[in-house]
Every structure is written in C-alpha cells, then in structure tokens.
Design a protein around this ligand. Sequence first.
Ligand code: CMP
Length: 576
Amino acid sequence: MHHEAGLLVTIVLGLVMAFAFGFVAARLRMPPLVGYLVAGIALGGSTPGPVADAGLASQLAEVGVILLMFGVGLHFSLDDLKAVRWIAVPGAIAQIVAATAIGALVALLWGWSFGGGLVFGLALSVASTVVLLKALEERNALEGANGRVAVGWLIVEDLAMVLALVMIPAFAGLLGGKVAEPVSGGGALLAGLITIVKVGAFLLLMLIAGPRLMPPMLRQVARLGSRELFTLAVLAAALGIAYLAATMFGVSFALGAFCAGMVLSKSEFSHKAATESLPLQDAFAVLFFVSVGMLFDPSVLWRDPLAVLLTLLIIVVGKSLVAMVIVLLLGYPAPTAAMVAASLAQIGEFSFILAALGIALGLMPVEGRDLILAGAILSIMLNPLAFLAIGPVSGWVTALPARFAGRARRQAKFARLERALEQRRAEAEALAPHRVSLSSEEVGDRFPIFGRLPPEARAELTDLFVPRRASPGERIIRRGDAAHEIFFIASGEVEVSLPNGSVRLKAGDFFGEMGVLSGNPRTADVTAIDYCEFEMLSRRDLLFFLDRHPELTAAISDVADRRTEMNQAGPLPAAS
Ligand code: CMP
C-alpha cells in the first residue's frame, strides 16, 4: 500500500509541478522544457519542499524515453535525410567528433578517466530534438532548406547516439568502467562483437518481420473502429518491442522503441499512430525531464562555477563554432551555417540518457551529471539568443574577404540544395496515395458554407481538398506570413489571436480566407487548441473554383468582411 501511494504521489507531484513551472517558463517566452527541469529540481532532495521518489520517477522516465524514441522513429524519414545527406552526414559526424574531443579533453584535464571524458564529450555533442523542433517551428523555419538541413543534421546525431548507447555498455570494461566480472581486452572485444551480432539480429528481425506483421495487425485493429483500442495497440507495440529488445537481444529500450517507430512510419497508419500516442508521449516525456531535474544538485553552480561555465561555453560557443566552420567548409552560405549553429547550441534528452548510462557503468563521476544538467538548463534558456545572433553573425561572415566568403559559389550550391529538396517533396507527394477523405455529401454536412453547392461542385471539392492534421499548441497560421491556403475545420478547435483579443473557431468553420482572397499577409496567428483535422485548399485551387461559383465567392467574402469589421471595432468579446 505504501508503495502504491509513493507511485501516485510521484506522478501527481511530477505532473502538477511540471505544469506549474512549464506554464511560468512559457509565459517568460522560454521553452516549457526548462520549466519541467526546474520542477524536477524543486522536487529533488537538494531543495526544500516536497520530495518525490527518485527511484520511481526514474522508472517512469524510462517509459518517457521509450515513447520519445518511438516518436523519433515514427517521424524518421530516410527520404528527407537523403536530400540533405551531403551536408548533414559529414557535418554531424565531424561535429560530434570535434565536440566530443573538446569535451573529453577538458574532462581529462579535470583528471577524469578516458571513458568518463568520452561520455561527457558525447553528451555535450548532441543537441535536443525536442528543443530544436520547437525552436524551428516557433520561427516557421521547419520547412525551409536551412531548417531541413538542421533537422537532418540532428537525425544523424540521434542515430549516432543510438549507436553509442548500444556500444558504450559493451566496451565499458575497456573504458575503465564497472563490469560484472573483470575481462581482458580480448574478452571485451568478444563482448562487443556479441553485442553487435545481437543488435544485428534484432534489426534484421525488425526489418523483415516488422513491416509484414505490424501494419496488418494495426489495420485489423483500425477496422474495429475503436479509437481506444488503436491507441492501446500503438502503445503495446512501442513498449512491447522496446521491452523485448532489451530483455531478449540486450538492445537498449531506446533503440527498440526507435525501430518500432521506424517500422510503423512506413505504413499508412504512421500519422494516426503519431497523433494517438502523442498525449501519452508528452506526459511521460514531461516525467522524464522532471526526473532528470530531480537528480540535479544545484550546489554545483556555486561549488564549481568555473566548470559549469566551461561546460556551457563548450555547448554554446565551441560546438556552434565547429558546426559553423564545417558548413562553411562544405561550401554553403553563411545563413545556413549560422542557422545550423544556433539550432545545435543546446543539449537535451540524449545527453541525460548518456549521463545516466555513464554513471551506472561507473565511467563518469556523478559530478559529470550535474555539469551536464547545468549546461543543458542554461543552454536551453540561452537558445533564443543564439537564434537572434543568426542575422548579425551571417552578415559578419558574408562581409569577410571574397576569397573566404565566395558568395556566388555558395549561393549556387544552396540553390541546388533547395531544388533537390523541392524535387524530393514533389516525388513524395506523387507517391503518396491520393486520399479522398470526405464524400461529397459529407462536404455539405460538415461545412455549412458548401451546403448550397450542387453535388457536382462538392464532388469537385473532395478532389481538390488536401487533408492536414494538427496537435494542440501547433501554430497553423502566423501573422504576417504570405497566404497560400484556406483551411476548413473538419474536427477540433482553433484559436485566432489578434492584437485586440482572440476568437475560437470550431468544426465547420474556416479560416485563412482573408489573406487568400486579398493577397495580403496573414492578419492573425491561428493555433490549434485541440487535435484538429482540416481540409485545405491552395490559393490557386480556391480562386479557380470560385471563378465558376460566384455565389460562394460572395459568401466567403462576406465572412471575411464581417471579421475585418469586427477586428477594427475595438476589443473582441472574450473567447467562449
Ligand atoms: P488570414 O488573414 O488569411 O489569416 C488569419 C485568419 O484569422 C484570417 O485570415 C481569418 O480567417 C481569421 N480571422 C481573423 N480575424 C478573425 C475574427 N475576428 N474572427 C474569426 N476569424 C478571424
């Protein structure tokens, strides 16, 4: 009974405190992740106030890691990576090597073992996917070529870390760590070899059996029509495979879950699986960050401020400079280099996992974890500043003597990359099964604005519609951007944020009409506040369609005019 209470209290305290601190962080325009870590520190033993059970929290965190990695696998696309491989692969590898070397060197100077230095350096070399994706999304840079290079670069880093997580335990003995029984160099090599064979067997099983078993099983479940069972099936697959991987093949939970996600990413259910597992993934990922915070001993900040500063400098300055020089050496323009550098100027989840592993294997002193945590929290907090520096830094690099800058050549190379990305996207769209999501009756039923259209016109719309989904918090339209499409809300709710207040729009409503009709920039931010499904029409398709249906033009323009009037009339009534 006592134990159960402990679990409940840990979950409740963890989530409530994470929410409170996350909220404050978001209000201060910092990533909520900083708030989760601080919540963990508040719940840890080194600060006054409530103390949660660190052992239980770390087990819950393990579930968070599994779901996080499952999500990374689910979104991993080899095709995306292919277009940027000539910059992302060499860049990420060179940067990992350089940053690890700097970190390890500093650690060796502190008198740590080689293994400890290696883990420390690796932990400083890998940026946080969560932080990077949020930062790019926030700046609408995710779809641009620079953003895609940064994401590709990070995927390579993630893959390298997945490999490191598998290899480090196998070589722990050689690196001077704890092992069950002392082994010679040859023994360690054999152990490493066995690990590689086991990992290979697991990967082969996942590659061969996975795509044949998992999607058909999910299809069966989807046919039952129970959303709950589908979510359960996705979770069972993620957790079950991760557990199997760890117990039977000696592969890490993380790699197992990553593979499960990757296998599913190829199926038609990838999107559904991602949306259905997202809420749980979010909740457990939060507990993961809280548990990391709980382990942090803030006294390191005044016990060893120099070491903290050095760690922070390696992450924010050292790593970014290395990344920047590599991108410039590869012949790309300064803004790309500065964007990659800013994106990587932080560390996160993988660093924490590596630190935990390093300590468990006796490779790294506990002090290392405190430094890594301090470095992570501070670098995530400072990350918005790194993005602010992109403009000045790239201007400064571009102003260097022409021989260094080679502007024309760099621009040409960048243009080639943009073309390659465009081509990939076009290919992917051509390959994607054309989804007709609604029947023509449904179009009339769901969207009142189309209710009066003749059936042929509604059937035509079903062909033109492009489905899109969004999760709570996702920004769909950003004020000031160019308007390319109009959105019809099939399910869920969005919030329109205007300078004079906010308005909510529900299923059946539409938005984005103002910019599309006028050709002016977007007048408001529109953010999903629920899981949403939209049907989109591109500006070209809409105008083409309206040409032949003037009555609809009038109806949509009326709504746009009414909204404009409302926005000019003063403060909006509070959103219902
Ligand atoms: P657009 O300007 O293209 O992008 C932002 C959208 O927010 C805008 O089109 C409208 O669709 C929507 N919008 C703006 N003002 C209001 C309002 N007062 N009520 C509802 N929606 C609005």
